[in-house]
Design a protein around this ligand. Structure first.
Ligand code: 5GP
Ligand code: ZN
Length: 136
């Protein structure tokens, strides 16, 4: 897609530190890493969000996430790893991507949500029932 920075990385118009590439996905280091080794796994085709991407392609994305995880962890000597994927809200680049972020016990990285509270059981049931109904 024209003017999409990640499409330009796929077409090699913009250089990136690519660590893995296959038919449908490409993994490269984030230019503004939260932690050393912060990687983005993207689709080669342009899909904006999880709402457009076909099931088989998102499966390919997470196959790549799995493939790179151990070598990445070993490379930066991380204690763990987060995968974070934003759609519309908190999404800066509107081309499907998953962040793969090596984590260290002392990295002071906040979790995505700040606080949580005990659920209203009636609301839980209503949400679960509605989603199940929409799933068919
Ligand atoms: P988002 O906020 O959409 O979840 O994340 C987009 C990410 O893409 C950001 O972490 C940003 O640093 C990264 N990014 C934006 N432009 C480029 C670029 O041209 N090259 C690379 N390697 N990363 C980029
Ligand atoms: Zn794109």
């Amino acid at each position: 897609m024209e003017d999409c920075i990640f499409c330009k990385i796929v077409s090699k118009e913009i250089a990136a530190n690519v660590i893995y590439e296959d038919t449908n996905t490409i993994a490269f280091l984030d230019l503004n890493p939260r932690n050393p080794g912060h990687t983005l796994v993207i689709t080669k085709q342009h899909y904006a969000t999880i709402f457009e991407i076909p099931e088989e392609i998102i499966a390919d994305v997470y196959r790549t996430v799995k493939k790179i995880s151990k070598p990445l962890k070993e490379t930066v000597n991380a204690d763990g790893m987060n995968t974070v994927q934003s759609n519309i809200v908190s999404q800066g680049v509107h081309h499907f991507h998953t962040h793969v972020i090596p984590r260290f016990w002392d990295d002071n990285m906040p979790i995505v949500w700040e606080s949580h509270h005990a659920a209203d059981r009636v609301e839980l049931m209503a949400i679960a029932e509605k989603v199940k109904r929409l799933l068919g």
